[in-house]
Design a protein around this ligand. Sequence first.
Ligand SMILES: NC(=O)c1ccc[n+]([C@@H]2O[C@H](COP(=O)([O-])OP(=O)(O)OC[C@H]3O[C@@H](n4cnc5c(N)ncnc54)[C@H](O)[C@@H]3O)[C@@H](O)[C@H]2O)c1
Length: 343
Amino acid sequence: MSTVLHDEIVVDLGDRSYPVFVGSDMVADVELMIPDDVGKIAIVTQQNIKILPKLARPFQIFNIDDGEQAKSLATVAELCSGFARMGMNRKDLVLAIGGGIVSDTAGFAAASFHRGLRYGIIATTLLAQVDAAIGGKTGVNIAEGKNLIGAFWQPSFVLCDLAALGSLPQRELQCGRGEMAKYAFLGAEGLDRMPLHAQVSACVRIKANFVESDEREGDRRALLNYGHTLAHVVEAVGFDDSRVDLKHGEAVAIGLIFAARLAKRLGRIDQARVDYHYRVIESYGLPTKLPIRVDPDRLIELMFKDKKSFGTLTFVLDSDSGVELVRDIEVDPVKEELVEFNS
Ligand SMILES: NC(=O)c1ccc[n+]([C@@H]2O[C@H](COP(=O)([O-])OP(=O)(O)OC[C@H]3O[C@@H](n4cnc5c(N)ncnc54)[C@H](O)[C@@H]3O)[C@@H](O)[C@H]2O)c1
């Protein structure tokens, strides 16, 4: 491979194991990662992503639209029709080049077409590199909610090329930093002081470890949702209130701070640990509080609808022995903390 420096992290899942490469300027070498028996390649990407590797085999490009609305069954149907017209079969490969929207959608199309084609990912956003591209969760949105239809379908390889981040808008980079920050509390101590390449590798290692021990998302993999309980409800508020203009990663950053404060209120961690949360989030230039005051009762009502909730308030919370999934949390301390956090 022509790259000067790259790490190879294997997601070890028996016969579904695959390598994740982290480095720079690796896109040109993607052919080396594609299995020899692959005939044709269907590239799924977006118009504004100007990354196209040189491929020795026949390929066709499918551009999907931008944004969550493109992560839909309609897009999957269009892709699958395109794969059929191209004559794709189980020997062929889908190559996703993009962020989480592309890898989730292309991955689900790959999982569905002919009941499963191989797929590879060139992850081009920081969020996809540290999170979305790793672990085989593919899927799309429906009107009733995000990611409600999908499949666990592991890729054959993932390329996290830091050079691709050069053209990424600043706000998208910032969004990735929010997801990255959560790993600082999931075992990557000192993450914020590492060079970017080492940060991405450390996050991939942690995510790979969670996936290996809990591929189908029981309680352990759910810990990767640290910071997401408040994040999801704040994003939901933002759907009808333009003053809450937060990217997902920014909402996660605020959610991490809230989770740390709630953990302290519940006697699970001390102030020094809360301060560490503030330090990490601030070091990434991410927000630590809500942009406007939001009615705590509204936030709590939405928290009960969280998919981890099962009818009680459920948070991933820090403790002396690390983060844990905590169910059946009383409403009062959550409301008290929301009131203080919001003031
Ligand atoms: N499957 C999982 O495990 C998992 C985990 C976390 C998030 N997700 C999903 O990921 C999605 C969000 O992904 P995202 O944050 O990567 O957003 P995204 O895919 O929408 O990408 C953000 C924007 O950046 C553009 N872009 C991508 N790469 C670029 C590049 N190199 N240069 C210039 N522009 C570029 C895209 O076209 C898009 O406009 C959400 O739908 C979320 O649900 C999935």
